[in-house]
Design a protein around this ligand. Structure first.
Ligand SMILES: [Zn+2]
Ligand SMILES: [Zn+2]
Length: 112
């Protein structure tokens, strides 16, 4: 028998499973990827599995990566673990201290 390969859940209709590179990506590995959120324009870590309960070690790994990226891109920041738009796939945002959206993000953002 070879190495154990963890099979992760995947949902065809889920934009986070699709992992389209429509914004700048900061990090990717077997557990997660981090890209700027299309809406918020802040770094967002996304689990590779479709679901809301990543194992504790993978959750810790994701938070460590997000903090590293956020420190580089935002400086002072806070971690927002609320999954507003896609509640069925684990992800978390890093947001600038005292703010919600990154530069150029938010409802007033010009799209197109
Ligand atoms: Zn967002
Ligand atoms: Zn998904």
């Amino acid at each position: 028998m070879g190495a154990v390969t963890e099979v992760r859940a995947f949902d065809d209709g889920c934009p986070l499973c699709e992992a389209a590179k429509i914004t700048p990506w900061h990090h990717e590995d077997d557990v997660c990827w981090i890209a700027d959120c299309e809406i918020c324009a802040t770094p967002m870590v996304v689990w590779r599995g479709h679901g809301t309960e990543p194992p504790e070690d993978e959750r810790g790994h994701m938070m460590a990566q997000l903090v590293r990226v956020a420190q580089t891109n935002l400086g002072a920041h806070w971690i927002d673990g609320t999954m507003r738009n896609i509640p069925n796939h684990f992800h978390a945002h890093a947001r600038p201290e005292g703010g919600f959206f990154g530069p150029g993000g938010g409802p007033g953002r010009v799209v197109g």
